[in-house]
Design a binder for this molecule. Sequence first.
Ligand code: CUA
Length: 364
Amino acid sequence: LIGSVAGAQVQDMPGGPKVNQLNLHEGVTAISRDIMWLHWMLLTICIVIFIGVFGVMFYSIWAHRKSRGHKAATFHEHLGVEVAWTVIPFIIVIAMALPATKTVVAMKDTSSADVTVKVTGYQWKWGYEYLDGQAAGIKFLSTLSTPRAQIENREPKGEFYLMEVDNHLVVPVNKKVRVVLTAADVIHSWMIPDFGVKQDAIPGFLRDAWFNADKPGIYRGQCAELCGKDHAFMPIVVEVLAQADYDKWVEDQKKKMAANADDPNKEWTEAELVARGEKVFAANCVACHQANGKGIPGSFPPLDGDKVVLGPKAEQINTVLKGKPGTAMAPFGGQLNDVEIAAVISYTRHAWSNAGKGQDPTVL
Ligand code: CUA
């Protein structure tokens, strides 16, 4: 809307709706089309009432003005008028409430879903875990992959910018998908306008929503609850695939997971752990701690002057697992497996001790 009013050059999303349109999206689910219809129905009724009420009022003020010799009439109690102004609005309200209630009830009916996915909001990324069916056990994080500098330096400044993520949430077409939402740190909100879905993800609670997309494609949304510094940078990308393509994706995903799985029974050497930890650090920690381990000026100050202090190992492990109350440090116990935790601890301590020995602290 702002883009249209300002006359900015707005890029349409590939495969998606025009982003500079003034109206809601038509969407690809029955619910989103119901919402669209309700929106028009309610808007039309409101416009008709608005024109009727203000039309009569302005007509009366003009046509019956004093200069034409009209006098104000005073009267009390008129049964017909009173009944009319009670009954007519009552009927209008019921006519609006019935279909709206029907849609709300349908939106909340998450029963008998074909696919269930747990969605977890993190500062600032989404976690997806398939809970049932052929995809059960598939689990990944979905993080902004478009370079931040590219977004921040876009020209012209006001342009909407398409943000991509590393892993799409993938679902089959024409299947009821239930999303069970929660959050690890603060309240986030999972919103996909084309599905007519917007549900808060609240720490300590499970909330669910569902959609049944009837057209394959890529659908985009955005965290819709102000959740901190990078709230604007946690896009949601859902890929709806034909059943055969979805089956193939599930198979590929399982193979990929098996290939990348960390074997907790393997004897890891220090060097292997440090190398693994560097990747874990890059994927999970640098948003707040930077590659050099220092804070991000203005948001996350260094822990001790301009030095990085890791503290005793047990304390550091505890902080990584459980987070740090009163700070933005999130618990990573549920996000990282045991090997990843051991790796990132080894990596940070290795890098820190190297820096202390006068070596180039390029990594921490
Ligand atoms: Cu997460 Cu806003």
